[in-house]
Design a binder for this molecule. Structure first.
Ligand SMILES: [Zn+2]
Length: 484
């Protein structure tokens, strides 16, 4: 038993050691991510992407080295943080140390209210990552909680005002409205679409299940040449077609708009849409879903490329070189989840608790001690210098600065490692709890993703099998092969 324990201790520290080593070799190496979110058809995704590309070019970072987190136009007003899968994926990548530099257009792309912003910046700061706003007018990110908090409050009031103002003006007098001819702010129904729009509302009011609704939306998306499913969905959410404007629960008639449908029909459709809205969001997520980890092609070892599909089908990855080599996000995630469960079930709670936590605690203790020693050394070097040398001796001054800087950077490195190890510790705590309470089956997706980041290093996809490279491999007995 004791031999096994030592092994485990060795390996647990080895894993942290591995990360230190890679950190040392490319200590300043940044792992970049860009986060993109648009919140309405008026906001261009293109704008955010171009700003990020420009930033990358100015800073000499190849665009393909930046991992993309794109929410696309998923975010209807109702969509809260839990329904922003790409944000959750980004935050998990940050927590696990896979990303340490984030590009984003402006603060309001990160969050739409203060509390959410506060929560997210806490994660940024705990991981000590760099954040850059690519919109040139946006004041730079500050690690000072007070300063960033003030910007956070601004986001909220700005967001709400803009939203209310834009909604009012735009909803009553849209520049262009699909299905209408705008003649000097008098809106008359466009004969080409009038009948089809009415049919769409009628069909939606009568559906008997989500699949049927999705089918209708997909077919009208094509017929109306809408850019995506969300856009078609929004069309069915627009009281303008009944000649009304909605504020809260009240409807106001718009005298300048010729109604295409009755208000009563519009309201019946809203009941149907309310019923299936969450289902639609989930289905859209599946069609665009990214896997927990980006898989690697087993043949050429290149990262595979993520592809969205039609809503209602599952997103997949394919190799850019071996174009026929593809695998669905679902399959990768199922494999990862199964492997994760196997790891969890194969380790005993005792081992985890006593071995991992104790070894991590010991390592932490040593690092803190080392940091203290460095602090004392630094003080001594500075005192020595102050007492022995005058300020005019340039050579001595340079030498002094050199040794101060090297002590400071060594100390900074240890601080980083302490943060790293503390994170690992919280992961272990979480794992112990899961084993103890048998919660694996009920684990939330975000939590699962975080654990998978920490346990699994790489997913390699071959034509007939998937290979997982696992951290803490002693718990699994080496690499893991899964038949496809
Ligand atoms: Zn390949």
């Amino acid at each position: 038993m004791s031999k096994k324990l030592t092994d485990c201790v060795g390996r647990v520290v080895t894993r942290a050691q591995g990360r230190e080593d890679s950190r040392r070799s490319d200590r300043r190496k940044k792992r970049y991510a860009v986060y993109i979110r648009v919140s309405g058809s008026s906001q261009s995704e293109e704008l955010q992407i171009n700003a990020a590309k420009k930033w990358a070019e100015a800073n000499g970072i190849p665009w393909n080295e930046i991992e993309k987190f794109n929410e696309h136009s998923l975010s209807a007003n109702k969509v809260v943080m839990e329904n922003r899968p790409e944000l959750i994926r980004l935050l998990n990548a940050i927590k696990s140390g896979q990303i340490n530099c984030v590009l984003v257009f402006t603060r309001c792309r990160v969050a739409r209210n203060f509390f959410e912003y506060d929560e997210i910046t806490d994660i940024f700061n705990a991981a000590k990552i760099d954040v850059f706003f690519t919109c040139t007018e946006t004041p730079p990110y500050s690690r000072d909680k007070l300063i960033e908090g003030i910007y956070g409050i601004q986001i909220q009031s700005e967001g709400q005002n803009i939203k209310a103002r834009l909604n009012d003006v735009h909803n009553m007098n849209p520049h262009q409205k699909f299905g209408y001819v705008n003649d000097n702010k008098q809106y008359s129904a466009d004969e080409r679409y009038q009948y089809k729009i009415k049919k769409a509302f009628e069909a939606a009011s009568k559906v008997e299940g989500f699949k049927e609704l999705l089918k209708i939306i997909l077919s009208y998306k094509k017929e109306f040449k809408r850019k995506d499913v969300e856009d078609t969905w929004k069309l069915l959410r627009t009281p303008f077609y009944a000649g009304y404007y909605q504020k809260g629960l009240d409807y106001f008639q718009l005298e300048h708009v010729e109604p295409i449908i009755e208000l009563e029909l519009f309201q019946r459709v809203q009941i149907v849409l309310d019923l299936y809205e969450q289902r639609l969001i989930d289905t859209i997520i599946v069609s665009r879903e990214q896997s927990y980890l980006t898989p690697v092609c087993g043949v050429c070892k290149k990262k595979m490329i993520h592809k969205n599909t039609r809503v209602g089908e599952a997103a997949f990855y394919k190799c850019e070189v071996h174009k026929k080599h593809r695998i669905t996000t679902e399959e990768i995630n199922q494999t990862l989840e199964a492997a994760f469960r196997e790891v969890i079930n194969s380790i005993s709670e005792q081992e985890l608790k006593y071995v991992c936590i104790r070894s991590i605690n010991n390592a932490l203790k040593e690092m803190r001690k080392k940091k203290e020693e460095l602090g004392t050394q630094l003080l001594n070097v500075r005192m020595n210098f102050a007492m022995k040398f005058g300020l005019h001796n340039q050579k001595e001054k340079d030498l002094h600065l050199k040794s101060v800087n090297s002590l400071l950077s060594e100390s900074e490195e240890i601080s980083d490692q302490i943060v790293d190890l503390s994170n690992t510790q919280s992961i272990v705590n979480g794992l112990v709890k899961i084993v103890k309470e048998g919660l694996v089956a009920e684990l939330q997706k975000e939590k699962l993703q975080l654990f998978i980041y920490f346990l699994i290093k790489e997913v390699v996809v071959f034509y007939d099998s998937i290979e997982l490279e696992v951290f803490l491999a002693e718990f699994l007995g080496g690499e893991k092969h899964v038949q496809k």
